[in-house]
Write a protein that binds this ligand. Sequence first.
Ligand code: C2E
Ligand code: MG
Length: 574
Amino acid sequence: MPYGKLKLLIIGHSQTDAAQLSDDFSRQGIQLTYQLANNLTDIHSSLDASCWDAIISEYAMPGVNTLQILAFLESRHLTIPLILYTSVTDEQTILQALRNGASDCVTKGHSMRLMLAINRELEHLDLKRRKRQADSHIYRMTYYDELTHLPKYNLFCEKATALLSDSNEASDVIAAACFIEINRLSQINNKYGHHIGNILVQELANRLSVFSDKTCILGRIEAGNFMFFKSGMTHAAEAQFFANQLLKLVATPFIINHLEFYVALNIGISLFPQDGDEIEVLLANAENVLTYTKKTWLNTYTFYIKEAGEASLQKSRIEQALQQGMDDKEFILHYQPVIDLETGKITGAEALVRWQHPELGLLSPDQFVSQAAESGAIIKIGKRVLHEACRQAKFWQDSGHGPSFITVNISAIELDQIQLIHHVAEALQITGLEPARLELEINESTLMQDVDSSIRILNELREMGVRIVMDNFGVGYSSLHYLRHLPIDTIKIGQSLVQNIASKSDTSVIITAIITLGRDLGMQIRAEGIQTQTQLDFLQKNLCHHAQGFLFSAPVPAENLLPLVEQRKTGTFA
Ligand code: C2E
Ligand code: MG
């Protein structure tokens, strides 16, 4: 028996019965303390005055029966086990008591059985208590942040949603979700250790808590991020005022271990109902603000702007899609015809990649190429582009129709990779395209990053028979001086120059100089971005070789290019 001491309230039994029980229990090593109660008044006062391990009760005594005692226990939410210790043998009576909450029934005189029943009930209670404790521990761990004891995301959202539904009832009420980021927390963690960072977070939580009340909920998401939801406002200016109040909280430094720490807050704010009507959306938008506002050292707040938010959301979706790995087949090519300005015919085509993403739709290179370059994904994409462009060009070559060369854009990262040479050789070999029909187009700025290395790689590519086009010439470096040293076949005049032909007189001078110098060096000159007849006339008059631009055609899918080639066979510029 694990319980060495027992405190019992004995109801309806004589002093002699109780003394007998005490003796019996004592022989089993249990020290019994008890009190007798034989009427309702005594029972009530005993229960109110003291705590009891268990109640031992006769079924009925003058003026009261067990059912009344059970009802009283329930009305007071007392969970003391009541065991019938009775001479009553009528089964119905006993059953009724058990149904009404009695824990067990032991025939009077069987003190050993009574002991066992008490023991079992106490163990059962103990188990229940421990389970309750464990449940509440798990609840706290799940819903409350250990460091600050503030609600975590789920509980925060639950509470905010309840406030939101109140706000929904009043039409002119607005609410604000604030996403708060502590600047410099990671530097403090790194320099002074996480325990200092943790104290800082706790102290900031204390300062922020000043504002949490019935209309304002504070929560902590992770590391240095807090969230506030404030309801019951009628104007955005109130949210602004609130944010200012929050910023003032960090005006005085935090003193930790005799050191002074100054921190700044960045707060993103989104408003209900204009920026969303669910807390999860409002909070995501408030957080999103911090991804598109410039990170400054200032203590600032910024309101969510739908358009900026959507653009940055799309950017992060694309980033995620790039990280998840891409299906090669999602990258498709459009082709922009290259026109021979002497004959007016389509002579080549520039391959321009598009990403047909299953969820994000058709993405243009501006939406993903620079991100793909940052992550290195451009190498895989570039390999696919090279292969597909060569395959298409070979198909056109075999059909006896279509453009006679294909141009593929190569990014700085690809040019840096030794694999580029292998990828080009492999694409040519697998598709069977003649190298002279492939042009690689590289931006002027990329070529100029490391001129010596560029010259080496370009020489190798040219030895394979591939031609090199310098894209966007004249826009960035205007490296006329380098031109004679670079192993390139074609200069492509950037569209920002071409589009200024009629409006800026010095542009015409620069273009004429580029054409003259390029021709002198035996290079081909191509102009891109031609949109008007004036631009075309100027370029033709100045003996530019080739041209691309919306005036002739935007980039089109491969199957749409052949009809364009047919149309232009007459060689007119109409
Ligand atoms: P880019 O090489 O300078 O390509 C020309 C861009 O100008 C194309 O945009 C084309 O659609 C557009 N364009 C053509 N004619 C006109 C015109 O008359 N007016 C105007 N305003 N624009 C015109 P796109 O296809 O969106 O490509 C943008 C850039 O993405 C390309 O600029 C190129 O740098 C890059 N890119 C495209 N495909 C690839 C690729 O496969 N690999 C790599 N690394 N970069 C690529
Ligand atoms: Mg290009």
